[in-house]
Design a protein around this ligand. Structure first.
Ligand SMILES: C[S@@+](CC[C@H](N)C(=O)[O-])C[C@H]1O[C@@H](n2cnc3c(N)ncnc32)[C@H](O)[C@@H]1O
Length: 308
């Protein structure tokens, strides 16, 4: 659970905007992290399978690029699934998983401790959208930042730029970064991935309102809201919204918000980048895109970045 005053402030600010919106980082409480793990296993959600497959197929080259014995820093580590492949191949001196979801972070760290007893694991429960002081791992190991799962797509291009500049500072002139980026593709494939037939993505989206009820004492009636996700082609992003099924008033703390029938709360973006678009973004933040690994169907890209 994050500090309540900041969560409340962010919710009030987001619901006070002309297009009501909530920051996607609040999806990830204990229930939200578990739902996200289920999304990763859905038949329609190609993202995790494609990234796992390309990582497995290219693990030797990825390890040569990143270098053995580094300090491996992962942002938005969640269940650290793909990271297991990297840990085996890189034998890092230390692993620093960073996640806003304390339950997901602790669960992953426990499992990793059992699987890799030789590894120094330093979990950091923090928010990467704010300045974050990282504990210094022992020794002078080279730093490699890992940012898989297309989490970078959840940031606006401006936020992604600021994030890459921050990590560029963290890895220094000799460090490297591995970023998993979802590629532009057939909108039907994208649409299916965010509108799965089992309704797990809908439950994940709606859990945000449930969390606001649980932690901030709000009175959202979840039966009056529907998950709504579509591909916005001009902006190159999936947008997730929650649509109000009728005119209604919702109380959050001492605040009241009126929703018209059909009005939406914008809850998440997932930007899709062509290889060239992502390389240009990385270059503006001081990185050279040296390596590129893709799955066989060309669904997903893992970029190997070095300091420019
Ligand atoms: C799209 S999921 C990806 C999870 C995992 N890395 C993967 O590849 O499947 C995003 C992850 O980032 C975490 N996260 C989202 N926003 C964050 C923030 N502002 N600071 C830290 N972690 C964040 C979530 O808790 C979640 O584990």
């Amino acid at each position: 659970m994050g500090p309540v005053p900041i969560f409340l402030e962010d919710v009030i600010a987001g619901l006070s905007r002309p297009q009501k919106a909530l920051p996607p980082k609040y999806f990830y409480d204990a229930a939200g992290s578990k739902l996200f793990e289920r999304i990763c296993r859905l038949p329609e959600y190609y993202v995790t399978r494609a990234e796992l497959a390309l990582t497995r197929a290219n693990i030797g080259a990825i390890a040569r690029f990143a270098g053995r014995g580094c300090a491996l820093i992962e942002y938005g580590s969640g269940e650290s699934l793909k990271t297991r492949l990297l840990i085996r191949a890189l034998r890092p001196a230390a692993y620093l998983p960073i996640d806003i979801s304390e339950p997901a972070l602790q669960r992953a760290a426990l499992k990793l401790e059992r699987a890799f007893p030789w590894l120094e694991i330093v979990p950091v429960n923090g928010d990467f959208s704010r300045p974050l002081a990282l504990p210094a791992p022992r020794g002078l190991a080279k730093r490699v930042v890992y940012f898989p799962g297309s989490t970078i797509g959840n940031l606006t291009p401006g936020e992604a730029h600021a994030f890459l500049r921050m990590t560029r500072g963290q890895v220094g002139p000799k460090g490297a970064m591995l970023v998993g980026v979802d590629l532009k593709k057939d909108p039907e494939v994208l649409h299916a991935a965010y509108n799965d037939s089992r309704g797990v993505t809908a439950a994940f989206n709606l859990n945000l309102l449930g969390r606001i009820n649980r932690e901030l004492g709000a009175d959202f009636d979840l039966r009056r809201w529907r998950h709504y996700a579509f591909y916005n082609a001009p902006l190159g992003r999936i947008e997730m919204h929650l649509a109000s099924l009728e005119a209604q008033i919702v109380n959050v703390g001492n605040y009241r918000f009126a929703f018209a029938r059909g009005e939406t709360i914008h809850t998440e973006n997932s930007y899709k980048y062509s290889v060239e678009e992502f390389r240009a973004l990385a270059a503006r933040a001081g990185f050279t895109a040296e390596k590129l690994w893709m799955d066989r169907k060309g669904l997903f890209a893992l970029h190997g970045l070095k300091a420019a």
